[in-house]
Design a protein around this ligand. Structure first.
Ligand code: BES
Ligand code: MN
Ligand code: ZN
Length: 496
């Protein structure tokens, strides 16, 4: 779907959307549209007792004056911020995407008491529209009805500040592309998106200026990444480690910030096999890797002034004749030995080596990992907040604030030596599962064993990366959660 910006004028084609904030009237352009339709708009508003709440919409169909359809959408006050405007853009698209019209013209007029500038208003509505319009229907052979691709082809924002709005939207467009990429990766079926295919998609980021390296099993073997390799050894598909670098800071050699993603392309549980019901969801077990890949795409596309490194550990966790067994002991890249007691606790094994590699090679200022790590985080937080675990209060505060700002929320969970003790192994340095309780915390404690002194945060996104309840700006199974959060963190604290 295409976005464009133009001045406020009555369009010759498509639907006209008017925004009327709670307790206010049609704006001056709205009145023009009303006049052009012979008063049909104001009659419809009166007849429907329109008050302007965000939940209210009025459709004016078959009006005269060459405008076939007008949609009036309410906007609750007094809180009209960027998120509310994004939601409005999303709602409008939801309302008309299957109407048969291919063009939606949204009139963006000033809203009384709204702190957002006219150009940002239009950019926010455009972002919400784009996020809502995302479709993953490439495997539907008949594209009709709700899945008709390109039903709504074009959203045009009509604003008094065309130049300002299109400039403000540029960064949002980069972000949208990153979110689209993350959603696509999560939604792809696991027979298609194996580690090699994921790596191939990552290699495409070279075209936007990201440096991409792919390490194969032989390379990883030499580096001693036996924790990661052990997870992938039951699969006929080769494990990969992808290293992506964006050097946008003025000083190309300054210390980067690092993002690490769990990329389990499919998680059967391995020999500790998962029950069949819902196992198909485990195609999304590479949600962390998808997010950080989407992030670096966005950073590169908006030429962010930051040096960022993204590392994703890509494996397929399968049972089989060569699969790893409960009881196996592997030596990780760090030299620490790990006793594997449950092959379904595989994400932490992949991350142990990926995190270690990130710190050793890049000496990053901070390292943040994202992973669909535990079912237990959903028991604790549901699908509203991701779990945050960190050895650093400042980084935690920054993530919490960024999350509130862009509505990708994180909730800090505890780390403590007493939990760490639950990982004591009789035969090796550490075991890969804790006890019956506090599953998300013991998983995080395990990761912390592979963090040196670097400020580190771990986000458990098992509840937020996929199968979330749909919202105004997301109807996709793979949500793309985290791309906005991390982009906001970078914007606010790590650029220039
Ligand atoms: N990928 C799963 C966690 C998960 C579950 C993500 C549901 C998204 C939705 C992870 O590899 C896993 O299997 N974790 C186990 C850990 C346990 C064996 C200690 C879990 O959560 O049950
Ligand atoms: Mn698992
Ligand atoms: Zn997993």
């Amino acid at each position: 779907m295409e976005i464009s910006f133009t001045s406020l004028k009555i369009p010759t084609k498509g639907i006209v959307a008017l925004i009327v904030a709670e307790g206010t009237r049609l704006g001056s352009f709205g009145r023009k549209v009303d006049a052009a339709t012979g008063g049909a708009v104001s009659r419809a508003l009166n007849a429907s007792h329109f008050k302007g709440k965000s939940s209210e919409t009025v459709d004016v169909l078959g009006a005269s004056g060459g405008i076939g359809r007008v949609v009036v959408m309410g906007l609750s006050r007094p809180s009209v911020g960027e998120r509310e405007l994004e939601n409005l853009g999303g709602k409008l698209v939801g309302r008309v995407e299957n109407s048969g019209e291919t063009k939606l013209n949204i009139a963006v007029e000033p809203v009384h008491g709204c702190q957002v500038s006219a150009s940002r208003m239009a950019a926010c509505i455009a972002l919400g529209a784009r996020l809502r319009a995302y479709r993953f229907n490439k495997y539907k052979s008949k594209k009709k009805g709700k899945d008709r691709s390109l039903c709504l082809e074009h959203v045009c924002l009509m604003t008094q500040s065309v130049v300002g709005a299109s400039r403000a939207y540029e960064a949002s467009e980069a972000l949208t592309e990153g979110i689209y990429l993350a959603r696509d990766l999560v939604n792809e079926p696991p027979n298609v998106l194996c580690p090699e295919e994921f790596a191939a998609r990552a290699l495409e980021l070279r075209s936007v200026g990201v440096k991409v390296e792919v390490l194969n099993e032989e390379k990883m073997k030499k580096l001693g990444m036996n924790a990661l390799l052990g997870v992938g050894q039951g699969s006929i598909r080769e494990s990969k480690l992808v290293v992506m670098q964006w050097k946008g800071a003025r000083q190309k050699t300054s210390q980067p910030i690092a993002f690490v993603g769990k990329g389990v392309c499919f998680d059967t549980g391995g020999i500790s096999l998962k029950p069949p019901v819902g196992m198909e969801d485990m195609k999304g077990d590479m949600g962390g890797a998808a997010c950080v890949t989407g992030l670096i795409h966005a950073l590169a596309r908006r030429r962010a002034k930051v040096n960022a490194v993204v590392i994703v550990g890509l494996v397929e966790n399968m049972p089989g004749g060569n699969a790893q067994r409960p009881g196996d002991i592997v030596t990780s890249m760090s030299g620490k030995t790990i006793e594997i007691l449950n092959t379904d606790a595989e994400g932490r094994l992949v991350l142990a080596d990926a995190l270690w590699y990130a710190q050793q090679r890049f000496k990053p200022k901070i390292v943040i990992d994202l992973a669909t790590l535990t079912g237990a985080i959903m028991v604790a937080l549901g699908q509203e907040y991701a779990g945050l675990f960190s050895n650093n209060d400042r980084l935690s505060e920054r993530l919490i604030t960024a999350g509130e700002t862009v509505n990708e929320k994180v909730w800090r969970m505890p780390l403590h030596d007493s939990y760490d003790k639950m990982l004591k192994s009789s035969f090796a340095d550490v075991k890969n599962i804790g006890g019956r309780y506090a599953g998300s915390i013991t998983a995080a404690q395990f990761l912390q064993r592979f963090i040196d002194k670097t400020p580190w945060a771990h986000l458990d996104i098992a509840g937020t990366a996929m199968a979330c309840p749909s919202s105004d700006i997301n109807h996709s199974w793979g949500s793309g959660y985290g791309v906005r959060l991390l982009n906001q963190l970078v914007v606010r604290h790590y650029e220039k």
